[in-house]
Write a protein that binds this ligand. Structure first.
Ligand code: C2E
Ligand code: CA
Length: 550
């Protein structure tokens, strides 16, 4: 392991700001190095300190010791990778100052805890008012004495803020945040206060409020911020979610309130966007699973996509029974979480942006697989899923071209499925990318068709080769009482697609009765549990050898 304490980068960053102190610790030697401004401000014995944990612990305010030691303990016992908490520490003048301390534990090549490094930011040095929006900053919020009152705190976040910026640019992002801040400010009465928290997040402090009144204030915020008109007359539709925590004399720990707010908001955004949720133990447990999932996913990606695997589900000829190809579906087992399915882990990858490297891995695996099976079994198409984000944020077309060139595959047998339920903000941009991909010889399918409100609109704007009718229309066809409406929808989609020269895949064929009905309607491909569940590579090869026998 290199000498982390004497890395020139440490010196470069050590005095970057008066308000920020940095530290790095060689865990095995229990030797740490602190930036000179930390040595002077906290009256430390020197830049290099042995067993600094004990010395630093003594400087922490007695009321904050638990918060600090619990968090740092979890990091040093390997339970947590990142240290993040706020506490007070005494400075050289004997005065306690608030610090926001963030650090990360790095492992060596043997997987052992090796380096702990991070920064401490002085919160008392920050401004009272946010420079962009003009409302109070989060540091003012931290000053509030929660033990003196009871009430509710709301953490509000703009849904999909990143994609608003991607579509409209940072300038409009700033305008939007300023407009929301103004609205929040205008809604506050009496002792209620609005604060800018992080990025697109705001806090509403509602002393004296109960759940009902807090929910009603949230509804007011939501209705008054449904869209924002920019200075140059653009209308940006926005949706806001909120996490809420109740506080009282018995429940007034700032760090607990803030972590409750953050985890509740992220739960609401994941499960019920545009709504309000109140903190509960159940939400905390679900979020804990999500956090572990995130860390496991990161670990897998960093370890060369360890734990990721493609499964394959046959696509069957609707005019006969032959397997014409398959859809590649991602499976994953993490180090701690072994039972996660795509419906759970794909949205997490999409949110963090990790879908970009994972999606590239999927694409390359599918292309490679196509080559191998083409040689063994002859003509066979492989469909694979692509997230909207990949098109927007990566050099996707180039990567696709490079993969087919590298593996020597014809694009004609590769179908990219773009899920239609995703929020396509700019169909015009996407249409250009689709055209480029199709002109190279690849095919494009609009996935989950019929679920989003904009299906018809998208069909008009996006040049695709095929559509996949969502399985919720299909599964219950044979026994549901509403099957008349579903049948009519499928029939008219088929009619429309024939007119537009689009091929149609019907998903969700689960039994013979549904299969009979659907085949009578004349689609091109069938997919569903009736033929096979998604299976691993070896099982799919068995199917190709023997046919599936339905
Ligand atoms: P999807 O693209 O609509 O994939 C079809 C899903 O329906 C698969 O779930 C499949 O197992 C399931 N399914 C197939 N036949 C039937 C049936 O007869 N009945 C029922 N009830 N379900 C059936 P899976 O594998 O859990 O994937 C879920 C979703 O995850 C996919 O939905 C897709 O949107 C996403 N996904 C999977 N792999 C990838 C990937 O590599 N990249 C991206 N971006 N998304 C992926
Ligand atoms: Ca799909």
């Amino acid at each position: 392991m290199e000498d982390v304490l004497n890395n020139p980068l440490f010196e470069a960053f050590a005095n970057a700001s008066d308000n920020v102190y940095i530290y790095v610790c060689d865990v095995k030697k229990d030797l740490s190095r602190w930036s000179p401004n930390a040595v002077s401000f906290f009256d430390l014995p020197g830049e290099y300190i042995n067993n600094a944990g004990e010395l630093w612990g003594e400087k922490i305010h007695p009321e904050d010791k638990d918060v600090y030691f619990n968090d740092i303990g979890a990091v040093f016992s390997g339970k947590k990778k990142h240290h993040s908490c706020q506490y007070r520490a005494v400075n050289r003048f004997g005065k306690y100052v608030w610090l926001e301390c963030k650090g990360s534990m790095l492992k060596d090549e043997n997987g052992e805890l090796a380096t702990f490094a991070g920064i401490m930011t002085r919160l008392d040095r920050q401004n009272k008012y946010d420079t962009l929006t003009g409302i109070l900053t989060k540091y003012e919020f931290y000053e509030y004495d929660f033990s003196s009152d009871s009430g509710i705190v709301l953490l509000l976040g703009v849904d999909g803020f990143r994609s608003i910026i991607n579509t409209y640019g940072y300038y409009y992002g700033d305008e939007l945040l300023t407009a929301i801040a103004k609205k929040l400010q205008s809604i506050c009465t009496g002792h209620q206060r609005a604060y800018r928290f992080n990025g697109d997040e705001f806090i509403l402090l509602l002393p004296g409020a109960d759940r009902e009144s807090a929910a009603s204030i949230f509804r007011q915020v939501r209705s008054e911020t449904g869209f924002i008109e920019t200075k140059d007359g653009k209308r940006i539709d926005i949706s806001i979610s909120a996490g809420a925590v109740e506080f009282s004399e018995a429940c007034c720990e700032k760090d607990e309130i803030v972590s409750g707010l953050e985890l509740t908001l992220s739960y609401v955004k994941r499960t019920n966007k545009g709504d309000i949720g109140f903190y509960s133990k159940d939400i905390e447990e679900k979020q804990l699973r999500e956090r572990t999932l995130k860390e496991d996913l990161r670990e897998s990606i960093a370890n060369g996509f360890k734990g990721f695997e493609l499964f394959f589900q046959p696509l069957v000829d609707a005019k006969g029974a032959k397997i014409l190809g398959c859809e590649a579906l991602l499976r994953w087992k993490g180090e701690h979480i072994k039972n996660s399915y795509p419906m759970e882990f794909i949205p997490i990858l999409e949110e963090s942006g990790d879908i970009n490297p994972v999606g590239k891995w999927v694409m390359r695996q599918a292309v490679k697989q196509q080559k191998e099976w083409q040689e063994k079994f002859g003509q066979l198409r492989i469909n694979f899923n692509v997230s909207y984000r990949q098109f927007l944020e990566t050099d996707y077309v180039k990567e696709l071209q490079a993969a087919v060139k590298e593996f020597g595959v014809s694009p004609d047998n590769l179908v990219l499925e773009l899920t239609e339920s995703c929020n396509v903000e700019s169909p015009e941009n996407l249409a250009k990318i689709f055209e480029e991909i199709r002109s190279l010889g690849f095919h494009i399918a609009l996935d989950d068709f019929g679920t989003g409100y904009a299906s018809m609109e998208l069909l008009k704007k996006l040049p695709a080769d095929e559509i996949k009718i969502e399985h919720s229309f299909v599964r219950e066809l044979a026994n549901g009482q509403h099957h008349k409406a579903d049948l009519a929808i499928i029939d008219s989609l088929l009619f429309l697609c024939r007119k537009l020269d689009n091929k149609v895949v019907v998903e969700g064929v689960e039994n013979k009765a549904v299969d009979d009905i659907i085949r009578g309607m004349g689609p091109d491909f069938l997919q569903g549990y009736y033929y096979s569940r998604p299976v691993c590579k070896a099982e799919f090869e068995e199917m190709l050898k023997s046919g599936i026998g339905c």
